[in-house]
Design a protein around this ligand. Sequence first.
Ligand SMILES: Cc1ncc(C[n+]2csc(CCOP(=O)(O)OP(=O)(O)O)c2C)c(N)n1
Length: 323
Amino acid sequence: MSDPSTEMLARMYYTMGLIRDFENKAAELFTRGILAKGGVHSSVGQEAVATGVGLSLRGDDWISSTHRGHGHHLAKGADPRRLMAELLAKDAGYCRGRGGSMHVAAFEIGSLGAYAMVGEGVPIAVGAALAEKMKGTDRVAVPFLGDGALGQGVVHESFNLASVWRLPVVFAVERNGIAVSTRCDQMVAPSTRLAELAQAYGLRYYGVDGQDVLAVHDAAGRAVAAARSGQGPALLDCRTYRFEGHYASEPQVYRRREEIDEMRRTQDPIAHFEAYLLDSGLFSTADLEALRRRSAEVVEDAAEFAQTSPEPDPSTYAEYVYA
Ligand SMILES: Cc1ncc(C[n+]2csc(CCOP(=O)(O)OP(=O)(O)O)c2C)c(N)n1
């Protein structure tokens, strides 16, 4: 396993805290009726996946994202103010309020967009990888997808073309085991056997504990470096768990409260990493508290900024619409 610098360890811890604070704030604004435009899908519990992958990428690499995409964007370097403004459909948002939570795109940070249609972002990232290969650059594309997306035909077509054309793509699967209210093993044939799936498609396979940010960062780093150097595509299988409902305030009748409590107690990626950092002797409790305080302040500031930002000017409603 590679040895991240102390600065990188601090960035990982900060980024996971930033994602958690951002998600909790977005859910709070949604519940209070302030964020009434579209739903909010929290990635709390899955922060190590977005962080480990995002921090293994260069600024000019591409990602495509899902309905659960705030963390992907923050880890790729999104400005929390502009992201929160987008969630609140404000003019200062990345898409000037046209996209919202599930359709934010930010080319300037390498985001090809979040897509609410399950699996939709995957072929788009493959297309970007094809374009980069044809242009002769060494940029890599990473589509994030849930395990529920593994039943989508377009995802399999994407695996196929990425493999046949040896494209610089790393498919980052957030395998949280559930799609809305259905267990993935009841609806997706290979959902727990991704090594075999990858082998069938000729994708290099990396399977990791998605609650362990160091493991994700290490595997993603190796997959990305190989893709960048022309060794073709990979599948990064991150076993994870979402602590919240499918969307904010969803009742979760399909799983027991005890299961969620147990996973929160034993599988919290931030708590795990905190214990590791303290044990390493590189960070004190005060160091980590300062990093958590900073992310909380950044999110408060983003929420304040977004709430006090103007709506888009109604006279611009037809701008950025292709017809
Ligand atoms: C093509 C399509 N079918 C169904 C839906 C409804 N839907 C929204 S999210 C979701 C589950 C997605 O599960 P997964 O891809 O595993 O992502 P997760 O929610 O676990 O992050 C479904 C079925 C949709 N948005 N698009």
